[in-house]
Structure formats: C-alpha cells, structure tokens
Design a protein around this ligand. Structure first.
Ligand SMILES: Cc1ncc(COP(=O)(O)O)c(C=O)c1O
Length: 396
C-alpha cells in the first residue's frame, strides 16, 4: 500500500480548541472538545441573554424562546429535517428510550438490531419489553444487511441501527436499511451519534423514520441531544413524560397535549444547551461536513497504514471507517495500552465501549480506540505510533 499523505490539519481549526493545547486528544467518539465559538455562545447565553422560554411575556423571554426554536430548526436542518420534527432530549440515549417507551407496538413485539450496537440502542428496547434480534456483521465489521433482510419479519416493529459504529467506524448503508425495514412494515431508527459529527446526513434522502444524536459529540454541550422523527410519525406517538410545557389543557378529569415536538418536552428544557447546540451546528456548517468527512477519512487511512506496519498490532473494522480506529497490541490489555499512551500525552479510550455484544463478536474483552475530529492531524497519529512503540518496549 502507498503511504497516505500526511494530514497537516488541513482544516486548520486546532487553535480554536482551547482545551487541547499540547495534548493529543483521540477520544472524540466519547465526547468532542469544544471550539471557542461554542464556549462563547454558552457563556453569553448565561451571562447576558438568559431567561426562560415558552412562558415569560417579557421581551427577554420571548427573545430566548425565539433562539430556542431557532436552535431546533438548526438541529433538524443539519440532518435534512423540518423544524417541527426535532424533539430536544438529554442526548441520543434518551432519544432512543423515548421511541422504545412511547411507540405503540401495534401487535409487533420484536426489534431488529445489529451486533455492533451501543448499549444505548439495546437496553431501551429490552426495558420496553421488545424481543431482540441482532443482525450479524460482515468479516470486516459492517452490518450485514443481506442477513438483516433475511431475519426481518412482520413481527418486527422497528429496525434500529447505528449509522456509524462507535467502535469500528463502519458506515451503514442507511438508504438500503430503510428499504429493508419498510419492506416488512417496520420503522427505521438510526442511531446517528457518531455519524452527525463526521459526515453529511439527510434523513429524508435515506427514508429514515427516526434519527437520534447527542450535541456533545458534535462539538456542543453535554445534556442535550435530538430525536428527529417524521412529523406524522412523531404526532402518532403519545407523550412519555408529563409536566409543564407539553399540555394543551389540564383538568383533574382529563389532560390534552400539544402537538409534537412540544408534547415530548415536559418541564423547563435545557435552554442554554440548545443555544450551544445551535452554535455547534453553525460551526460545523461553516467548516462543511463533506470537508470534515474527507479529513477524517484521510486520518483513518494514515493511521491504519502506520499501525499495520507495527508487528503485533491488530486492527479492527473496515478500511474505510469514518473517523474511528480500534486496535489491540498483542498480549497487552487495552487498559494498559491506554495508560501508557496517556503518559505519552495521547488520550484514547479503552474498554468495551458500551458495546459488549460487539466485543463478544470480536472475541476480545476490550479494544483501544483512537477517534478523530476536525482538529486532529498527523501529529496526533505520530504521537499515537510513538506511544504504541513504547507499549511494545514496556511489555517486551
Ligand atoms: C453509537 C452511539 N450511540 C449512542 C451513544 C450514547 O450517547 P449519549 O451517551 O450521548 O446519550 C453513543 C455514545 O457513546 C454512541 O457512540
């Protein structure tokens, strides 16, 4: 294989991230560092513009309400949806729980997942009383959609799949997944946590029914995320939590509810979280998700090429993974690898990555995972390689 070109921060945004000075942060799949634009938006929202939303009649509150709703439109627009199709949640986990808990089963009691799902896309379905089937993976760690198609029956209410695997970086053929789900009358939920920060997403083009993501993986704040759902589908779901803001009229005899998305947002929402998310959407929008995707693919190619030249390093996942490379050093536990890398100023995640069924499939207890972001460059990969060489020296 020809050595891929070095990636000298082609996007040129590293100096916008105050928290990664002198640090090789390769754990963006866990949570992304924040650019100054997002930090500033959050600070100003608390320090200058703060007020409640959807309640106050005073000027500041109505301005905040406008900004909160603008954030909703921006979050939905980022993935090709309409403004009224996004429900703000605490994150992707809560978004998937919302669907699992509130979608009427209509006599269908099964859900079809895959073996690479994050626990957030397994446990909510179990808790909601679904019987779970899991599609196998191809040898290089992609969801085997032919096998998924063969497994799908009219007992399945939902097909729920990661758009991008948080461990292997495998990218799902979302359009085909939608066609398969719909062929048996099931709905398609895509867990977009790892896709949204890494590539352009268009839910309408895919034909998805639900799409879930978290702001903190998209350079935004923690504590907020989005459930996108087609307006007609969302409006067919009953509310799942009750309280203020989601009602039309309350009496002791009966309560009626607002339309989606408000009927799913009981209580005072994460107002400043939404503003931070909007700033993150604007920030990544200016950069361009096509450019981010190309940048991260180049980083993956460089990493895979360099790590595959180190004897005793096992790489997992497909060659063309999106921004994520999992690996192990033979005979060394991933936690030891990550600890030595930490000493070398390189932050990687080690463990099961909330994907224990995938670890079982890989036949390992854990992997080390390097995950990239817009600010990553070849200096991060060089530091990773030096760190792995040190791991090998220490463990002989
Ligand atoms: C693929 C995937 N799904 C779901 C989640 C859960 O996201 P959150 O913890 O932000 O709700 C994660 C987080 O790691 C993820 O990577």
């Amino acid at each position: 294989m020809n050595a891929p070109a070095r990636i000298n921060s082609a996007l040129n945004v590293r100096d916008q991230f105050p928290a990664i000075e002198n640090w090789h942060y390769l754990d963006s799949a866990a949570t992304a560092q924040k650019p100054q634009a997002v930090i500033d938006a959050i600070t100003e929202a608390y320090a200058r513009d703060y007020a409640t939303v959807h309640r106050g009649v005073y000027q500041r509150s109505s301005e905040m309400t406008g900004r909160y709703e603008d954030a909703r439109a921006a979050a939905s627009g980022l993935i090709g949806g309409q403004a009224n199709e996004v429900v703000f949640t605490r994150g992707a986990t809560e978004a998937i729980n919302l669907v699992a808990r509130s979608l009427p089963k209509e006599g269908r009691t099964r859900v079809l997942l895959s073996r690479l799902e994050h626990h957030s896309n397994i446990v909510p379905w179990q808790l909601a009383g679904y019987e779970v089937d899991a599609a196998p993976l191809t040898d290089d760690g992609q969801v085997n959609l032919d096998a998924a198609e063969a497994l799908l029956t009219e007992e399945h209410r939902v097909v729920a799949l990661a758009h991008v695997s948080n461990v292997l970086g495998s990218v799902l053929d979302a359009k085909r997944a939608a066609e398969i789900a719909h062929s048996k009358g099931a709905l398609l939920l895509l867990d977009g946590c790892q896709a949204v920060p890494r590539m352009p997403v268009d839910v309408a083009a895919f034909g998805a029914d639900f799409y879930a993501f978290s702001a903190h993986k998209l350079y935004g704040p923690t504590g907020i995320g989005a459930l996108w759902g087609r307006a007609d589908v969302l409006n067919s779901l009953p509310p799942w939590q009750g309280g203020g803001s989601m009602i039309d009229r309350v009496t002791f005899e009966e309560t009626t509810y607002l339309d989606a998305p408000m009927r799913f947002e009981a209580g005072t929402p994460h107002i400043v979280g939404a503003i931070g998310l909007h700033a993150a959407v604007d920030w990544i929008g200016k950069l361009g998700l096509d450019a981010v995707h190309a940048h991260e693919c180049a980083l993956v190619a460089e990493t895979r090429s360099k790590l595959s030249n180190i004897p005793g390093v096992t790489l997992y996942g497909p060659e063309d993974s999106a921004g994520i490379v999992s690996f192990n050093v033979d005979g060394v536990h991933a936690h030891d690898t990550a600890t030595i890398l930490d000493d070398a100023g390189v932050a990687v995640r080690a463990g099961h990555h909330c994907a224990q069924p995938l670890m079982d499939w890989l036949g390992v207890a854990a992997t080390a995972r390097a995950s990239f972001a817009a600010h990553s460059d070849s200096s991060d990969i060089d530091a990773l390689v030096r760190g792995i060489e040190q791991v090998k020296r220490i463990f002989g």
